[in-house]
Design a protein around this ligand. Structure first.
Ligand SMILES: NC(=O)c1ccc[n+]([C@@H]2O[C@H](COP(=O)([O-])OP(=O)(O)OC[C@H]3O[C@@H](n4cnc5c(N)ncnc54)[C@H](O)[C@@H]3O)[C@@H](O)[C@H]2O)c1
Length: 358
């Protein structure tokens, strides 16, 4: 038995294994003599020990950042560049990102820009990063309160997925990652959607084929359109409104929503828009909304917050006819990209979603 699954995305390998030996051998065999490991305080505590033996024969430096979305900013990025520079890392060295989406997004950006691009390896440790953030070559940081405003496309040398890391991931984080898996299932087709929407999020931990199936959906969209000019935008389903909720939460809540929780809210808004604008069956939208509703963490914005949500959505204040483009759904497995949505239609959808939750 092979003990691993290998998937290629845009010519870059993704290896999924439940074997610690295969994980460690894959790191030992990397063709880099010097590696900087980037982790946050949690992945340093809970995940680093799994890979430590594989790094013994290499010259290795470890840089630990504070965990969470708050850290995904230019000052943390500068901190990473500072260490790479102070430790004399060169272009033919590598950065190994051991963490969730925050570490992978920022580590990818740091590596892709340091010395005009050094190699990086993603070792995602959260469910969300395994099925989404570490796949597809998008790297970035938040800027001026807006999500992923600064970033680059750059693909890792390899992505190593070891679902055993999930043992220490808090339940709420599993739920957050599960939301992205559900979104992938909606974009894929009835079979995956029916199976995933019928299970509890915890079950994913014991059935890693779901992880592989979900990430393959992402890979299929990325490979058709690696640089996001067309059909890859379908992956934004739930995210245009979801990012608005995430930004709102970072501005207004002392304990911000998790990414997947904001996306679950965004899915409610965008399933509603899909009924109105792209002909999604209303009964199906209700059913799917109930699936996403289970993964929303209260409190959510109130009707009084709609003005701020609309501002965060980025409507042009001077141009009343301005539209924002959304990726919506016509039916399961049939996304529609670049659907124009007016300020009024979006306000309405925010309102319906908020009312449905109160
Ligand atoms: N690049 C992309 O294509 C893409 C796609 C989706 C999401 N994202 C980004 O990903 C980010 C969200 O990722 P996330 O949900 O992984 O958040 P995260 O990186 O903040 O990780 C979530 C929390 O779990 C902890 N953690 C991670 N793995 C752990 C483990 N195995 N054991 C114990 N604790 C662990 C982290 O320290 C953190 O506190 C957002 O910034 C989002 O914008 C990027």
């Amino acid at each position: 038995m092979k003990g691993y699954t290998e998937i290629k995305s845009f010519e870059h390998p993704i290896l999924l294994t439940g074997s610690r030996k295969i994980l460690q051998d894959s790191i030992t065999n990397l063709p880099f003599d010097r590696i900087m490991v980037l982790c946050d305080r949690n992945t340093w505590r809970d995940c680093f020990h799994y890979i430590a033996p594989a790094l013994c024969k290499k010259s290795c430096h470890i840089h630990i950042i504070k965990e969470g979305e708050d850290s995904k900013n230019l000052s943390t990025l500068e901190g990473i560049w500072n260490i790479l520079s102070a430790e004399g890392f060169r272009r033919d060295d590598a950065l190994l990102n051991l963490g969730g989406g925050v570490v992978c997004d920022m580590g990818g950006l740091a590596a892709a820009t340091f010395h005009r691009g050094m190699q990086f390896i993603h070792v995602p440790t959260s469910l969300l990063a395994m099925v989404d953030a570490a796949i597809g070559g998008k790297n970035g940081v938040n800027f001026r309160g807006l999500k992923n405003q600064i970033g680059v496309f750059a693909f890792p040398y390899i992505t190593l997925i070891y679902p055993v890391f999930l043992k220490t991931l808090p339940n709420r984080q599993i739920q957050s990652g599960f939301v992205e898996m559900l979104k992938h299932a909606l974009l894929n087709g009835d079979d995956l959607w029916n199976r995933l929407s019928a299970i509890e999020h915890e079950e994913v931990m014991h059935h890693s084929h779901y992880i592989s199936e979900a990430l393959k959906v992402k890979v299929s969209y990325v490979d058709k359109d690696p640089f996001d000019h067309g059909i890859r935008q379908a992956l934004n389903l739930g995210h245009t409104a979801g990012h608005v909720f995430e930004e709102w939460s970072l501005l207004n809540q002392s304990e911000p929503m998790l990414h997947g929780e904001a996306i679950a809210l965004g899915m409610l808004v965008e399933l509603g828009l899909s009924v109105k604008l792209t002909g999604l069956d209303e009964n199906f939208a209700l059913l799917a909304s109930n699936v996403f509703r289970k993964h929303i963490h209260l409190p959510v914005p109130t009707l009084q917050d709609i003005g701020q949500l609309i501002d965060l959505a980025g409507f042009d204040k001077k141009n009343k006819d301005h539209f924002i483009r959304f990726s919506l759904l016509q039916k399961v497995g049939k996304p529609v990209v670049q659907v124009a949505v007016s300020r009024e239609t979006l306000s309405h959808a925010f309102r319906n979603t908020i009312l449905s939750l109160t």
